[in-house]
Design a protein around this ligand. Structure first.
Ligand code: PMP
Length: 333
């Protein structure tokens, strides 16, 4: 395996010898290769033109998955096939002609993890409308695909998974399902998320809770929302939200553990008087919420249902419960 030192020296070399390229101070851990339309390209050479359509209009679809190191020395991308199917569906909603099947994307994700010798980390496929027509009818522009992987720790900050987070109802409404297509994980949709997240963070909270156009709780900037009240687990219906794969996982685990799970609209004041609440998402995993809009939720810490589901979630993603083996996309580095 190549040492980190060698990789860093190479990165430095590329940076110094690429005066035309713009590199900002790195705030992420890089890896060696990015899959770019079938080829493994060195990280710093995976470049596109500044007039790329997606850069101007958000015309791209993407996925986020997590690879976990499992007990037997192998690794697995959790729900790899479901994520790749969602990418293909996002492209269909957006009317992008994606030249790959979900199976080919899944295979390429594993190739990228292996090429980078990454046994645990985040996987980001992105299909975007490339260079060509500059208007908003880019039918002849190429649709290009990249897959990047990198190590990514706790998304909502150190201690979030154990201690929970503080959230705020956003002043930004989640987009209506007929404004932008919420079932598509489309890049342009994330402008709404960025507005909400920046506001929440600058106001001293960890994450934003957005309401839908009718005023019901919708989702967070990059997570789905669950509350627990009187032993019943509730999550928002699949209307103005992205159909989270972690949401689906947690609903299934909760049912299998014998809990009652309801997909039902609820208001922010029902959220205030919940016994427990948590967020789900690939990056955020299963993160407890202990405060919303300065109201303490339940006992102000991860409750018993949240803790049980979180423990089962981590057990399953690391291959500890063979009942869910069909969710694991195995590979070895
Ligand atoms: N909602 C939004 C807006 C998201 O960006 C995400 C993250 N993909 C989720 C929900 C959770 O989806 P998943 O569990 O599939 O990661």
């Amino acid at each position: 395996m190549r040492s980190i030192f060698v990789i860093c020296m190479e990165s430095e070399y590329i940076k110094q010898h690429s005066p035309d390229a713009y590199f900002c101070e790195e705030s992420m851990q890089t890896t060696q290769f990015i899959w770019f339309d079938g080829k493994m390209v060195p990280w710093y050479q995976a470049r596109i033109h500044v007039l790329t359509h997606a850069l101007h209009y958000g015309s791209a679809v993407f996925e986020g998955m997590r690879a976990y190191a499992c007990a037997d020395g192998r690794s697995s991308v959790f729900r790899l096939n479901d994520h790749c199917a969602r990418l293909v569906n996002s492209a269909k909603i957006m009317r992008f002609d994606l030249p790959y099947t979900a199976a080919r994307i899944a295979e390429a994700c594993l190739e990228t993890l292996k090429a980078n010798k990454l046994g645990e980390g985040y996987v980001r496929p992105l299909s975007f409308v490339g260079y060509g027509e500059m208007g908003v009818f880019p039918r002849d522009n190429p649709v290009q695909t990249i897959i990047a992987v990198w190590p990514w720790g706790s998304y909502l900050g150190a201690g979030a998974l154990e201690n929970g987070i503080r959230v705020k109802t956003s002043s930004f409404t989640r987009m209506h399902a007929n404004t932008l297509m919420t079932k598509a994980k489309a890049s342009g949709n994330y402008i709404n998320s960025i507005l909400a997240k920046v506001e929440a963070r600058e106001d001293g909270y960890d994450e934003a809770v957005m309401l839908d156009a009718s005023g019901f709780v919708s989702e967070a900037s990059g997570e789905n929302i669950f509350i627990v009240r009187d032993g019943i687990i509730k999550t928002t219906p699949w209307t103005s939200i992205l159909g989270g794969i972690t949401r689906d996982t947690v609903m299934r685990l909760a049912c299998d553990l014998g809990y009652t799970v309801e997909e039902q609209q609820f208001t922010r004041d029902e959220f205030y008087i919940a016994d427990e609440a948590f967020l789900t998402g690939t990056a955020a995993e299963l993160t407890p919420i202990h405060e919303l809009d300065r109201r303490v939720i339940g006992a102000g810490q991860a409750g018993p249902v949240t803790k049980r589901l979180q423990a089962e979630f981590f057990n399953v993603v690391r291959g500890g419960n063979h009942g869910y083996d069909s969710w694991l996309g195995w590979y070895t580095v």
